[in-house]
Structure formats: structure tokens, C-alpha cells
Design a protein around this ligand. Structure first.
Ligand code: 0RA
Length: 635
């Protein structure tokens, strides 16, 4: 090849042919692990979805074959096969055999102008042991095969057909990929998402290795996406949907408020999930906030107007409890950010803003009952925010937790060194009573908790502070709370949550973990929180007594003792007498404590949308499924 000045762009193109893809696969598909492997399927499917976007394809089937290959079949127009007079090649050969424009790792773009899709196909070809393409077009089947990216033959007509569409099969090259086994479950989320985003497109995912099959078809598109996201939530009104186009930008969104305290917004550009957001999302959120502020201003009664000063609803207030899917289509997206999932096109912000504002304004005007519920939600969000701010200031001013008075319900220990002191948080007064008798009062303190702990996720800070149980915990720990928490003042370095080994006990544990995670995070981070492990059974044979902490262990002990043991099942801590409680659960020599990690606490915190949703059924199912999953961990 030429050197120096003769080195032209044309040469670079040759250098960066399919061989280049094989040399640096990660540059084209991200990585060569599980993600990269599945990315191959996404590349091929995206082409078929483009054909669906162009209005010519209704069904896409992805089959995972027994030999490790994957077939993607669509019923689009079929990739054109006629030979281009200038290149001497068909479009089919070009898209599959050469690294054409846009072939790099930048995802297929929506072809508003109807250009040749097929982006990514050559990359998949280059990274496959073999690839076969069948095009059913104008009554003929056109076939083309590659081995390691090299064509075996020219495109051939191999028969007649009444079908119309494109069928691509490829087998990932095990010399390139660290793993080559496709994972059915890994693919379902994206395929479902694509089906939500392209209404009335049917996507079938079939695993011929296991006979599993999933079909995704959503006539309602993103309206059904929102319904899916809100399945376990309390919805305040029917979903509002709009689709509008302006200046080459197609904007579509579906919104529904719930009584939740968090926002859930999924945004997409050309079917690509914009995890980092971008100009489209900014436009949407700005419009929503402005629209809600305007509505409140214009719909205030005369009395309100006279009585109240103007209060501003912030973006956070306006978004609280909102579930939305925003999907836009634009001709030339510019993706930015760490993961290239942030839309950068500046012109998009204003377009999305004005379409969203007009649509939301009309929706509120035409649905006054829904509007009323939404306004109640956002104003209560605003009030809660203001009240929280006031409460915080009040705590600072009055230092209400600076008092050294300990709560009456706390049975404290005599030890004063926190590193040697333990606090037991005990569910129920009766278990509280027996643990007070059981403990070693030199270093073990007991705080009984009555009934359920307040769910701090749902409550404002004022209500949290109004809860006697929580105030008792704050005062017992003696180190303040939330932003004013001081780990150095903490009175115990072991805080043991002692609750029954049943569903209610597990619920209380989750509530306490959430409380600690939100209000005393440093305690969790320091590793000072533990969960006690009371036994489930007592087995008795003659004079011998033994405790079992699981069904398996109970069976094992029963056999060891010669079978026919008298087995007592402990339903709650209250059924044990103080001696038993000491022997099984509190004696540092014999007990098992599970140390709570920050991950455990985060998980508990996350459970709350499901646990605390108002709909009872999913919640009950969930609690039962996860009730007794605390792993044993010896300390
Ligand atoms: C450009 C033009 C035409 C079809 C396609 C692209 C096409 C590409 C792919 C890739 C996977 N499946 C596909 N299906 C269709 C057809 C133009 C015409 O027939 O007029």
C-alpha cells in the first residue's frame, strides 16, 4: 500500500474493513462478554424494527437455535437484491459485507428519509463463525452465506416463495467472544421494551434449546408500558397519551400520576433508551412543571387568591408520583455522556417543550376531575417539602434530641463503653418482658417496640418525629438523627433487631432497616446492625433438649436423637421462657447474629414501593415470597 501523502481516506476504509472489526471488536459492540454477545442480536433486530418504523413490517421472530446460532426473521420488504450498476453489488451484499457509513458502535438511527437500513449487519457478520441471509422478495428466495465475514459465493436465487421478508441467521465466533451461549432471560427485557415502543409490532422470542417462548404485542404501545410500570401502584387517573410531530421531530408520551413518592420516567430516542436523559427529557420536564404551575395559578378560588401568597411548585413537586414514558424520533440524534445515552441535540428541547406544554394544558383543561387529583398530589408534595424544611429548622433551633433523658421503656445496661454495649430492639411487649429477664444487664439493653413501626418511606418528617416508638429509638441511641446524627455519640455498637421468624416479623425487620437506612445511615455503614436468629423448633427426647433453626436441622437432630422426638414449634419469641431465650438467642457464647450490610438495607428500602403500595394482592404475594430469606452468618 501507499505511504506518506498517498495515504488517502479510501485506504483507511480498506484498512477498517471487516478484518478491522475482528481485530478490535469492543470498538464496535462495546465488549466481548455477555453484553457484546447479546448486542449482536440487538443489531440485527434493530434493522427489522427500522423496517417496522417505515411501516412495512409487523412481525419479528428471534429464535435461539440448538446449534448456538440465532435467527432473526421479519416480514418486511426484504433487503433489495438487484445489482447496483456502479458498484456491481446488490444492497444486500453492501449492507452485510462492508462496513458502511454508520456501521460503528453508534446504533442505528431512525431513517426518516427512508435510507438503506442494515447498519450493524456487517459488524455481526464479521464477528460470526458464519452468517446466512435469506431474502424473500418478489416471489424469489435470494441466499447469501459468509464464513468469518468472507462471502462463500455470490447471491443466489435458490427457489420460489410466497413469503416476503428477511431472515438472518448467524453463529457468534467463539474465537472472539468469551461466552457464546445466548441467555433467553437477558433478551426478554429489551424485546418487551421494543414491543412497547412500537405499537402493534409483534416480537416473538423463541428458545429452541428449551422450548421456551414469549410473545410481545402491545396494541396500546407506551400506554401499556405505563400500565406495566404502574402495575402495583395506586393510579390517580387514566393514562394520558399524545403523539405529535413538528419539524422532523416526532414526540410521543404517556403519563399517569400515582400516589407514590418517587418519579418514574423512561425516555427514548429512536427506540434507544436514554438512561442519562438529555434535551428531550429536559424539555418535557420543564413543560410539565410550567403547565402545572399555570394551572394552579389560573384555577385558584378568589378566596385562596386573597388568603395565600404565591407559592411555587418546584419540578420535584410536579414530578412526585409521576410515571411517564417519553419516546421521540429524530433524523440525526447526537448521543453524548458516559454511556452515550444522553441526547445532545439542542433544537429538540424547545420542540418537545412546546408540544408537551400544549398537550398537557389541553389534557388538564379537558379533564378537570383528573386535574384536581393531580393538583392535590403536587400541592401536598409541595406542602410536605415545606413542612420538612420547617421541621428541620425546628430541630436545629430547639435541639429536641439533645436531652440526655432516656426513654422510660428502655431497660438500659450498666456498661458505659459503647463498644461493649448491646441494644436489643424487641418486637412486642411480651417478648420484651422475657428478654428483660433473660439478658445480662451488665452489657445488654432492651427496648421493646409495640406493634408496627411507622413506615418512614410514606411519612413526612413531622410524622416520623411524632411516632413514640421512633422517638424512643432516637433517644436510646443518643446520637441524634438524619443530618444531625453523630456516630461518636452512639451508645451501643451492637444493635440487634429481634423479631419473630414469621411474615410479620420479617415486615417489622424491613421497616426497621428502612428507618436505619434513611435516618441513621452511619450506623448501618459502620456495621453495627444485627439480626438475631431465634430457633424455629425445640426437640425433646427423654432428658435431652435441642434447638433447631431450620426445617432441615430439625429433621437432622430428630434422626440423631433416634427419631420420634417431641417437637415444639416456636411461632413467636413470646413462646420462649427467659432461660430459653437467653440460651438460644442472646447468649454471646451460643447465639447466631446476622450482620446487616448496607446492601441489605438498600434492598429493604427498595422493597417499599411494592410492600407499601395500596394494592394488597401483589404486596401479600411479595411478602410471602421473601418472608424468611435471611441468610445465616456467623459473627
Ligand atoms: C431498504 C429498502 C428496502 C428494504 C430494506 C432496506 C430492508 C432492510 C432490512 C434489514 C433487515 N430487514 C430488512 N428489511 C428491509 C426495500 C425497498 C423497496 O422494496 O422498495
Amino acid at each position: 500500500m501507499a505511504d506518506g501523502d498517498d495515504y488517502t481516506a479510501k485506504d483507511i476504509q480498506v484498512l477498517e474493513g471487516l478484518e478491522g472489526v475482528r481485530k478490535r471488536p469492543a470498538m464496535y459492540i462495546g465488549d466481548i462478554g455477555k453484553r457484546g454477545l447479546h448486542h449482536l442480536i440487538y443489531e440485527i433486530v434493530d434493522n427489522s424494527v427500522d423496517e417496522a418504523l417505515a411501516g412495512h413490517c409487523k412481525n419479528i421472530t428471534i429464535s435461539l437455535k440448538a446449534d448456538g446460532s440465532c435467527t432473526v426473521k421479519d416480514d418486511g420488504r426484504g433487503i433489495p437484491t438487484d445489482i447496483h450498476p456502479k458498484t456491481g453489488k446488490s444492497a444486500l451484499e453492501t449492507v452485510s459485507g462492508t462496513l458502511h457509513a454508520g456501521g460503528k458502535f453508534e446504533k442505528s438511527a431512525y431513517k426518516v428519509s427512508g435510507g438503506l437500513h442494515g447498519v450493524g449487519m456487517s459488524v455481526v457478520n464479521a464477528l460470526s463463525e458464519w452468517m446466512e441471509i435469506g431474502v424473500h422478495r418478489q416471489g424469489k428466495i435470494h441466499a447469501l452465506r459468509y464464513d468469518y465475514g468472507k462471502p462463500k459465493d455470490a447471491t443466489k436465487i435458490i427457489g420460489d416463495t410466497t413469503y416476503r421478508g428477511t431472515i438472518v441467521t448467524f453463529k457468534p465466533d467463539n474465537k472472539i467472544f468469551q461466552i457464546t451461549e445466548f441467555d433467553f432471560d437477558y433478551l426478554t427485557e429489551r424485546m418487551m421494551e421494543l414491543a412497547f415502543l412500537n405499537k402493534a409490532l409483534r416480537i416473538i422470542l423463541a428458545d429452541e434449546r428449551t422450548d421456551r417462548k414469549e410473545e410481545f404485542f402491545f396494541e396500546g404501545g407506551i400506554v401499556e408500558f405505563v400500565a406495566h410500570l404502574n402495575k402495583v401502584k395506586n393510579k390517580l387517573h387514566p393514562t394520558f397519551y399524545i403523539m405529535k410531530k413538528a419539524a422532523d421531530v416526532e414526540v410521543e408520551f404517556a403519563v399517569q400520576y400515582t400516589d407514590a413518592y418517587t418519579e418514574t420516567i423512561y425516555s427514548f430516542v429512536n427506540d434507544i433508551k436514554t438512561i442519562e436523559g438529555g434535551t428531550h427529557l429536559v424539555g418535557f420536564k420543564t413543560a410539565l412543571t410550567r403547565c402545572i404551575n399555570d394551572y394552579v395559578k389560573n384555577n385558584k378560588s378568589a378566596k385562596d387568591k386573597a388568603a395565600k401568597e404565591e407559592k411555587k411548585i418546584t419540578g420535584d413537586d410536579a414530578l412526585e408520583g409521576l410515571t411517564a414514558v417519553l419516546s421521540i424520533k429524530i433524523p440525526e440524534p447526537q448521543f453524548e455522556g458516559q454511556t452515550k445515552t444522553k441526547l445532545g441535540n439542542n433544537e429538540v428541547k424547545g420542540i418537545v417543550d412546546s408540544i408537551s406544554f400544549d398537550a398537557l394544558k389541553t389534557f388538564l383543561e379537558e379533564h378537570p376531575d383528573d386535574a384536581k387529583k393531580i393538583m392535590m398530589k403536587v400541592t401536598s408534595a409541595m406542602e410536605a417539602r415545606e413542612a420538612a424544611q420547617k421541621a428541620k429548622e425546628l430541630i436545629r433551633r430547639k435541639n429536641i434530641f439533645e436531652t440526655s433523658v432516656l426513654p422510660g421503656k428502655l431497660a438500659d445496661c450498666s456498661e458505659e463503653d459503647p463498644s461493649k454495649s448491646e441494644l436489643y430492639l424487641v418486637e412486642g411487649d411480651s417478648a420484651g418482658g422475657s428478654s428483660k429477664q433473660a439478658r445480662d444487664r451488665r452489657f445488654q439493653a432492651i427496648l421493646p417496640l409495640r406493634g408496627k413501626i411507622l413506615n418512614v418511606e410514606k411519612a413526612t418528617i413531622n410524622r416520623v418525629l411524632a411516632s413514640e416508638e421512633i422517638r424512643n429509638i432516637v433517644l436510646s441511641l443518643g446520637a441524634g438523627f438524619k443530618d444531625d446524627f453523630d456516630l461518636k455519640k452512639l451508645r451501643y455498637h451492637k444493635i440487634c433487631i429481634m423479631s419473630d421468624a414469621d411474615v410479620d416479623g420479617s415486615h417489622i425487620r424491613t421497616l426497621l432497616l428502612t428507618l436505619f437506612y434513611r435516618y441513621f445511615k452511619p450506623v448501618v455503614e459502620a456495621g453495627y446492625i444485627y439480626i438475631t436468629q431465634p430457633p424455629l423448633y425445640k426437640l425433646k427426647k427423654g432428658k435431652t433438649e435441642q434447638y433447631a433453626y431450620s426445617d432441615e436441622q430439625s429433621e437432622q437432630i430428630n434422626q440423631q436423637l433416634g427419631g420420634n422426638c417431641e417437637i415444639q414449634r416456636y411461632k413467636g419469641l413470646g413462646e420462649m421462657n427467659p432461660t430459653q431465650l437467653w440460651d438460644t438467642t442472646m447468649d454471646p457464647e451460643k447465639r447466631t447474629l446476622k450482620k446487616v450490610t448496607i446492601q441489605d438495607a438498600i434492598k429493604a428500602d427498595e422493597l417499599f414501593t411494592i410492600l407499601m403500595g395500596e394494592e394488597v394482592e401483589p404486596r401479600r404475594a411479595f411478602i410471602q415470597m421473601h418472608a424468611v430469606t435471611v441468610k445465616n452468618l456467623d459473627v
